[in-house]
Design a protein around this ligand. Structure first.
Ligand SMILES: [Fe+2]
Ligand SMILES: [Fe+2]
Length: 279
C-alpha cells in the first residue's frame, strides 16, 4: 500500500458550515467536534512516538511508509485546526482552552510513559481511527448524515487513516514491542479515550447550553450505542486487537481504498479541486 502525502486545502470559511452539521443533531455534532478538537495535538503525539523509534526502521518500505504517515498526519492536523477555528464562529469559544489542556495532558503522558508505551498508545488509537474510518467509508448512512460542506474533510481523513493504519503497528513490532504491553495499553487507552472525549463533548455542550437536556442525551446515546449503534458495532473489530497475532492488515481494505481514492482524488474526483497539485 502506497501512502502518499496529499496537499489539500479545504479553505473553510466562517458561515459556510451549519451549526449542527452531523445529522442535524447537536449531540452527534458535538461528539465529532470533540474528536476534531483532539486530532491536532493527538496526531502530533502519534508522529512523535513513531519518530522516537526511527532507529528500528531498517526496512526501506517501512521507512517510506513512516514518511507517508508523518506527512498525512501533519496535514490532518493542519486541516482540522482550520476546522476547529471555524468552530469558534459556532460559539464554541472554549476550543483553544480544550486544546491547551490536551497539550498539557499529553506532556504529562510523555513524561510518565516509556517511549515503547507511548508507541503502544499510538497503535491503540490508530486502531480506533482505522475502525472509525472503515465504518465511515463503508456505511452510506453515516456519510449521508454529514453535511456536504464537511463531508470531504472526514472522508479524506478516513481514507488516509485507513491507508496508514499499519504503520505505527509495524514500527512497534520492528522495535520488539511485546504483546502484553500492546494489550494492556489498549485497555488503558480505551478508558482514557472515552473519558477525554466525553469530557470534551460535555464542555462543548455546556457552551451551547444543552448539557442538561435529557432528550438530547437520550437520542444521541441511543444512536451511538443502540441503533444504529455507530460505536457498539465496532466492538468485534476492537476485540480483534487482543489476538496475539493481530495485524491491522488482517482486515483487507485495499479494494475499498482504491475505490475511494478514485472517487475522491481520481481525475474527476469530488475533492480533486482541493488538492494543491503544484506542491
Ligand atoms: Fe489523522
Ligand atoms: Fe493516523
Amino acid at each position: 500500500m502506497n501512502i502518499p502525502r496529499r496537499e489539500v486545502d479545504f479553505g473553510f470559511e466562517p458561515g459556510q458550515v451549519p451549526l449542527d452539521w452531523a445529522n442535524n443533531d447537536a449531540f452527534e455534532t458535538t461528539f465529532l467536534n470533540a474528536l476534531s478538537l483532539l486530532f491536532p495535538e493527538g496526531e502530533k503525539f502519534f508522529v512523535e512516538s513513531v519518530k522516537q523509534h526511527r532507529q528500528f526502521v531498517k526496512d526501506p518500505q517501512l521507512a517510506a511508509d513512516v514518511k507517508g504517515f508523518m506527512g498525512q498526519e501533519a496535514m490532518h492536523g493542519r486541516e482540522h485546526r482550520a476546522f476547529n477555528e471555524l468552530m469558534l464562529s459556532h460559539g464554541y469559544t472554549i476550543g483553544p482552552a480544550v486544546e491547551a489542556n490536551l497539550r498539557a495532558f499529553l506532556k504529562r503522558v510523555r513524561r510518565t510513559l516509556s517511549p515503547a508505551s507511548q508507541l503502544a498508545v499510538t497503535c491503540a488509537l490508530e486502531h480506533f481511527t482505522a475502525m472509525l474510518a472503515e465504518s465511515l467509508l463503508k456505511d452510506e448512512r453515516i456519510r449521508d448524515e454529514l453535511d456536504p460542506t464537511v463531508r470531504g474533510l472526514w472522508l479524506w481523513h478516513a481514507l488516509e487513516e485507513s491507508e496508514h493504519k499499519a504503520v505505527a503497528f509495524d514500527v512497534y513490532e520492528a522495535a520488539g514491542g511485546t504483546y502484553e504491553r500492546r494489550v494492556a495499553i489498549m485497555l488503558l487507552t480505551t478508558i482514557v479515550f472515552f473519558a477525554v472525549t466525553w469530557f470534551v463533548q460535555a464542555r462543548l455542550m455546556a457552551t451551547r447550553g444543552i448539557l442538561w437536556k435529557p432528550w438530547t442525551w437520550l437520542r444521541g446515546l441511543a444512536r451511538l450505542y443502540v441503533y444504529p449503534g455507530h460505536l457498539t458495532r465496532l466492538i468485534p473489530a476492537w476485540l480483534s486487537y487482543f489476538r496475539p497475532h493481530f495485524h491491522p492488515d488482517d482486515r483487507d481494505t485495499r479494494e475499498l481504498l482504491a475505490r475511494w481514492e478514485k472517487t475522491l482524488f481520481g481525475a474527476r474526483g469530488e475533492l480533486r479541486e482541493q488538492l494543491k497539485l503544484s506542491a
